[in-house]
Design a protein around this ligand. Structure first.
Ligand code: ZN
Length: 115
């Protein structure tokens, strides 16, 4: 068993939907901890729970569900980044073309002045 650090808790909550992914802090302000279920229905299943203990007013979430949500969020983040990258590549190619054109243009002007 290990406890999670809640140092970056506030920025994490601002960036992502507070209800999705791994919840490192209970809404009561206590850090969440990871436990292993010993119940008959979910033996050995990991879950996050408020440090104050299991209670309806405190955080309880299955760790596998947290991870699935996190992976889904990261996937959509990556696909958005890939879109950005292909846009940036197009822009770079366009700018390189523009620079090349400017260089040949200024080269020609230089020749004209020399003669
Ligand atoms: Zn709590």
């Amino acid at each position: 068993m290990y406890s999670l650090s809640c140092v970056s808790g506030n920025s994490y909550r601002r960036c992502l939907n507070a209800e999705r992914g791994t919840l490192i802090q209970c809404w009561c302000g206590e850090p969440s901890k990871i436990f292993t279920s010993g119940s008959a229905t979910n033996p050995g299943r990991l879950y996050y729970c408020c440090a104050k203990g299991y209670n309806k007013r405190h955080l309880f979430k299955w760790a596998d569900e947290c991870l699935v949500e996190e992976v889904e969020d990261i996937k959509s983040l990556i696909s958005g980044m890939n879109k950005d990258i292909s846009e940036f590549r197009l822009n770079v190619a366009r700018l390189e073309k523009e620079i090349k054109g400017m260089k040949t243009e200024s080269g020609r002007k230089g020749e004209e002045c020399m003669s």
